[in-house]
Design a protein around this ligand. Sequence first.
Ligand SMILES: Cc1cc2nc3c(=O)[nH]c(=O)nc-3n(C[C@H](O)[C@H](O)[C@H](O)COP(=O)(O)OP(=O)(O)OC[C@H]3O[C@@H](n4cnc5c(N)ncnc54)[C@H](O)[C@@H]3O)c2cc1C
Length: 431
Amino acid sequence: MTTHDSMSCDVLVLGAGMAGLSAAGYAAEHGATVIVLERAKSIGGSALLSGGILWTATSRERMQLYGTGIPGLGDVVLRNYARGLEWLRRRGVAISPAVPVLHGRGYQIDILDHLRGCKNLVEQHGGHVALDTESRELLRNDNGAVTGARICHADGVIDVHAAATILATGGYQNSSELRAQHIHPNARDKLLLRTNPMSRGDGMRLAGFNRAFLGIETPVEESLKEAQKGQNLRHDLLESVKKIQSYGIEVMAGFIVGFDNDPDDIFDRMINFIKDSAIPLAMVGLLTALPNTQLWRRLNSEGRLLGESGGSNTHSDLNFVTRMDSARLVEGYKSILRSIYDTREYYDRALECLRRVSQTGFKSQRGTSFLNDLSALTRITLKLGVRDQDRWEFWRYLTQTLAHNRGAFADSMRLAAMGYHFRKLTETYCE
Ligand SMILES: Cc1cc2nc3c(=O)[nH]c(=O)nc-3n(C[C@H](O)[C@H](O)[C@H](O)COP(=O)(O)OP(=O)(O)OC[C@H]3O[C@@H](n4cnc5c(N)ncnc54)[C@H](O)[C@@H]3O)c2cc1C
């Protein structure tokens, strides 16, 4: 085994652009020893090309006008935007008066001053910002948790160990392969680019980005309109899932039943959609009204709220008066779970998913320990291939994987274990 020089720190940041240096400076100011590694010969990334307008949408609703994204992360931005501005002001970074930007508001800041200030904070607190340094791979412990990165620097190959590692290597605009995969095949060579040459999607590659969670909610158009999920109406949902899978990305998804517009055959339509889309890990829940959401306000004004939500949308409690008979809704919901997590049905979906994603795309990242892999395989085989009452289905699944898709063996075992977990949960919910 080759050994490399090594060093350690509290926080390792890959990428010295807007996100990386801001995080590094803030962590250093709060007492962390930080190492920042930058691939280019200078700091700044795309941030240096930017207009330096620090802006955000002014409400959750306005932020959702931008379509995709994780609402919880949007909330973090909304909650902390003022604190971020305050941090810049406290450090003496020049900030313009407020200006309107698209659906929000922003301030032009002296971006170079901010980035240099963050670099100084890192160095003043005993850390380093190293330029012209390539991050080759992430280091992981036996459980697969990231513990740093192996980097290539003028001094040689160095293992940097860290309690926390932040991937802030920017976008992928300068990778024709990733543009074709994630935007459109024509985006490979027919886009006018306005980007930093280092934006090559290194962070996605290092992290082994090969799974995506989609909030599909429902295959019913009227219910999507009711849920204000306009982004899910722009393209055919089944085709979109297939396209993502064809790029080597496994799709997991969330589904909901209980909308006012759900038709009588919603349960069969949901089951068929999940089967046709070959989404093994489909998380189906009953619609729940959470306080102060648009749904909650509407149901409140219609006098249909029954009480506070327990916070779980997989239990069979309804906290509002449904259009469909509630007993029928709950029974139909359970019939979906029983059907999609039926052992044969699940394994068939997993096989089809693996067939679709294996045609191209990234290889999965796994733990680095052979012993750990062997122990996981033994436990899965004992549980599913020996003790489980549906063990013959497991052996059929395993045989088909080895016969037709040997390269996906590790992922097939992962999916088998996760499917078992969902089957057991289904048994609990459907008791
Ligand atoms: C022309 C232009 C104008 C813009 N104007 C605005 C604006 O006015 N307001 C606004 O909010 N946004 C604007 N943006 C977008 C904004 O610049 C980006 O959203 C922001 O810089 C993203 O920050 P980041 O840290 O994720 O990426 P970046 O700022 O690009 O930083 C990523 C850094 O990671 C480095 N890197 C890449 N790979 C590796 C690796 N393997 N190892 C180590 N380092 C690596 C890169 O060299 C880079 O320095 C603009 C963008 C452009 C191109």
